[in-house]
Ligand binder design. Sequence first.
Ligand code: PEP
Length: 252
Amino acid sequence: MRKKIVAGNWKMNTLPAEGVELAKGVVAGRGEVCSCVNFIVCPPFTHLAMVAEALKGSDIELGAQNCAAEAKGAYTGEVAASMIAALGCKYVILGHSERRQYYGETSATLNKKMEQAYANGLTPIYCVGENLDEREAGKHFDVVKAQIEEVVYNLSEEQFKNLVIAYEPVWAIGTGKTATADQAQEIHAYIRKVLAEKFGAAAAECPILYGGSCKPANAAEIFAKEDVDGGLIGGAALKAEDFLAIGKGFQK
Ligand code: PEP
């Protein structure tokens, strides 16, 4: 049985006090959603300690949106995986398309970040996905395959057991355009096949989340697909009610 996961990527939104309110709202409504759903919230670094406090006593887990590629030292402005782990994070989002696109993150950088995450007991939520040109040119399978081969294939079998993948087509992120449930299933099944080529049967246990304009109105249809194990949610994670309603999309 794969984990069902609904993870919220708050991106660079909310002030700390607003983040705490949002987290409290998720905690308050959590009981209305099946306990089989694992909720994760990923606030900005600056909010982590306060949000960790707000989540105390609940089963909602904490993640960060990024971590440094190095362990510590003279890297002004960076935040080490050990630091976010010390604040209570269990997860870290790595390879989000915004980090690849705006901050030049390459597979080489991501390999180092993955190592830092594992060295500090964090589970990476590793994002893959094609842009619109690549989708229109029919290259989406090759793009995600390369993103997996260049990073995930470097993991040990033990590390792979603690990995979450998020498939996020760049053309669907924050655009209101969502992949259809069939498009999501097609590529999720493909991702699982690529994972199985390296990790065998363990690929069947790896949660693969869909991300890209996922909202209460479309979550149930997407989550119903066999290889979709939940969602990485951006915009709709900023309202507790919507975030929780997405969790209610699980009917399997
Ligand atoms: C994301 O950036 O991870 C994301 C899925 O964003 P949105 O839900 O806003 O498209």
